[in-house]
Design a protein around this ligand. Structure first.
Ligand code: GUN
Length: 294
């Protein structure tokens, strides 16, 4: 068993991005600029956005955080999105999800200029990704591809089982893994809450991607000997032995599953760190106009 070490890879990728940003600065170019919109402070959104902003600083990019109270109207939020769209100094925009119930996330995503949609959530980017055209690919799936590539994991002809059909991870992951590309060329099964006999399907996976958001759901009896296991889950569970009172758990019961695998991601220190790197990479692409031109 070998760990897919997100900590190591993310440090490597951040150093690469930093070197590119330094080059841009030294050549007198425009420093890439990421904008995040955060509504309220509920859940872990605040922490996630803070670490995105901190990462920008680490690699030398500019960042702006625009905050709204939870009672912001949809109109006010859409106006803020349009202002970022129209500001040529701002290269990338993310609106942190989830949003309060009175705001339609689809309307917000569709208002973001696809050329600034570094989260890859706009239907134009999802459609282009599905067709294999240049697009912003959402950060977590992109981070997983990067991990498979940097560890030189063979994917062609393999059976990839994705557990969870979220718009952000499961669905794009399933599309990316079947593409005629590397990583890709898998036979993909996308499973979800209505799937019958999920354990039997998981046992046929050469590459198992767990993105369902249920702590320690994937147990050893669901994993084939020698499989590659990617754990996208990150949940807080009560643990009185910890000073904080909680432990972070993935969707995979790591201790019993890890010995059966050829490669596995730890939680924390796996996929989560890759996600932020992908966002930085997309912001760099946006600043360069690599997907849509300038
Ligand atoms: N909420 C959970 N994951 C994400 C993400 O990747 N981007 C945004 N904008 N919100 C999220």
């Amino acid at each position: 068993m070998q760990l897919l070490d997100g900590k190591f890879l993310s440090a490597q990728i951040k150093a690469e991005i930093k070197a590119e940003v330094t080059q841009i600065r030294e050549a007198g170019g425009k420093i890439p600029h990421l904008v995040a919109i955060l509504v309220g402070t509920a859940g872990r959104s605040e922490t996630y956005v803070a670490s995105k902003m901190k990462s920008c600083e680490e690699v030398g990019m500019h960042s702006t955080l625009i905050r709204f109270e939870p009672d912001v109207t949809e109109t006010e939020l859409l106006d803020a999105v349009r202002r970022v769209n129209d500001n040529p100094d701002m290269d990338g925009l993310i609106v942190q999800l989830p949003l309060p119930d009175h705001i339609d996330p689809n309307r917000v995503m569709e208002t973001i200029d696809p050329a600034k949609d570094v989260d890859g959530f706009h239907p134009v980017n999802i459609g282009r990704m599905a067709k294999g055209l240049p697009a912003y690919v959402s950060a977590t799936p992109q981070g997983i591809l990067e991990m498979l590539q940097r560890y030189d994991i063979k994917t062609a002809g393999k059976h990839c089982v994705v557990v969870g059909r979220s718009q952000i991870v499961g669905l794009p992951m399933s599309i990316l893994m079947q593409r005629n590309a590397y990583p890709g060329n898998c036979t993909v099964t996308l499973t979800h809450s209505r799937t019958q006999d999920l354990p039997a399907i998981c046992r046929t996976a050469d590459i198992l991607i767990a993105a369902l958001g249920k702590p320690e759901f994937i147990t050893a009896d669901m994993v084939k000997e020698g499989a590659v296991v990617i754990d996208v889950g990150l949940e807080r569970v009560v643990d009185t032995s910890k000073k904080s009172g909680f432990a972070l758990k993935g969707d995979v019961k790591f201790d019993e599953v890890a010995p059966k695998t050829s490669f596995i991601t730890p939680v924390p220190g796996g996929v989560g760190l890759m996600t932020i790197c992908s966002l930085m990479q997309n912001t760099l692409k946006a600043a360069r106009g690599e997907v849509y031109g300038k």
